[in-house]
Write a protein that binds this ligand. Sequence first.
Ligand code: 5GP
Length: 121
Amino acid sequence: MSYDDNNIFAKILRGEIPCDKVYEDDYVLAFRDIAPQAPVHILVIPKGKYVSIADFGTKGSADEVKALYAAVAKIADEEGLTDGGFRVIANTGLNGGQEVPHFHVHILGGQKLGPMLVKAA
Ligand code: 5GP
């Protein structure tokens, strides 16, 4: 799948759409999800054009990959999630329920999150 420059996170990265930013460095932007599913729900995205975690893991540089994980750890700590625990999700592709085709991880926390998956019928 090729990268779509018109996806919503590409527009956020270009400053065409506002976001509630919580963190930024040379490689990463993080902002609050517009439809939070937990008391803390933050999206962490690379600034590079990667469609999915598979694309990022294959083509991302060591600096980019390190920066994303470091940002997750830093944000979780700043949001007070480290001690109580939290969840990181990377929905991928059709079966994974990925809606926005720019790689992102969700940081979810602030309460007990329950089972990892609701069993499919
Ligand atoms: P996905 O299903 O692709 O893993 O998650 C996409 C996430 O992006 C959803 O949780 C959705 O609420 C969030 N989202 C979609 N559009 C926007 C937006 O314009 N701003 C923000 N902050 N979040 C968005």
